[in-house]
Design a protein around this ligand. Structure first.
Ligand SMILES: Cc1cc2nc3c(=O)[nH]c(=O)nc-3n(C[C@H](O)[C@H](O)[C@H](O)COP(=O)(O)O)c2cc1C
Length: 251
């Protein structure tokens, strides 16, 4: 599991469960914070970091504006009505403490998740370039994975700067991303991917069905992968890689 910089739970707490983690980080204007994130990741046994390089700006997000997502501290009438329809969730919230962005709240004096996330998002360095990747490489001895690559030339540059791997994605599915079905996982493997990451499916499953919902989504994906493999006559993952892109016409 990749732990987002903006995770509500600090990486130390998640790591204490024994789960295998990768830490997703940004290069921030204040390099001391980035350095601290690296030290924390190493300190809790994390061996790989994912550095996201495609978030130079926070664009206009019309749905967030329409839904009042940026102003949760001042709920609108429709949000209040929505909350009123979920008494069990509200009761759970009342029993706990006010949520903070636990992974990064130490780097901001703001209170409340939105203000804390905004402060750190404003710290993301828009001038990020390959020298910064080289700087990261010097400051991190574990695996370095660059996320947000869309062009072969950029992949080569990332590897030249010392990356051990790249994640082909465009941060938020504005053009592509979108692994949603097992068949897409098999396609990615046939095209040479060593792994496939999912961003939204688990979040949708969590919203719809809580923790069991996430389990069900992962089970469904696994079942779909097995089904596609069986229908395509592929016995194991290695067979997908061996078949390569030539097998894709079968879909
Ligand atoms: C609500 C939301 C929050 C995200 N937060 C982060 C983040 O903190 N760090 C990051 O590198 N990418 C973040 N992303 C981007 C995802 O990691 C992923 O690249 C993107 O959603 C595309 O993959 P998908 O089609 O599987 O969702 C976020 C995406 C969404 C929708």
């Amino acid at each position: 599991m990749g732990v987002s910089t903006f995770s509500i739970a600090p990486m130390e707490k998640i790591a204490s469960t024994g789960a295998g983690l990768l830490a997703q980080i940004y290069v921030l204007r204040d390099r001391a914070i980035t350095r601290d994130m690296l030290a924390r990741a190493a300190g809790c046994g994390i061996k790989s970091i994912i550095v996201t390089v495609d978030t130079a700006i926070t664009p206009i997000r019309e749905r967030d504006i329409r839904n009042g997502f940026r102003h949760l501290s001042r709920p609108t009438l429709s949000q209040m009505l929505g909350l009123a329809g979920r008494p069990a969730w509200l009761a759970g919230l009342a029993g706990g403490s006010i949520p903070t962005v636990g992974n990064i709240d130490r780097y901001t004096t703001s209170r409340g998740v939105m203000a804390q996330a905004r402060d750190v998002a404003a710290q993301i360095d828009p001038t990020l370039n390959r020298d910064d990747l080289a700087w990261l490489r010097e400051n991190w001895t574990g695996q370095l994975i660059v996320k947000g690559i869309m062009h072969p030339d950029d992949a080569v540059q990332a590897v030249d700067a010392g990356a051990d791997g790249i994640i082909v994605s465009n941060h938020g599915g504005r053009l592509d991303s979108g692994i949603r079905r097992g068949g897409e996982v098999v396609t990615a493997l046939a095209l040479g991917a060593t792994a496939v990451a999912i961003g939204r499916p688990w979040a949708w499953a969590l919203a719809a069905g809580g923790a069991p919902g996430v389990g069900a989504a992962l089970d469904t994906l696994a079942q779909e992968i097995r089904d596609v493999m069986a229908l395509a006559g592929l016995c194991d993952i290695e067979a997908i890689r061996t078949a390569g892109r030539d097998m894709l016409w079968k879909f």
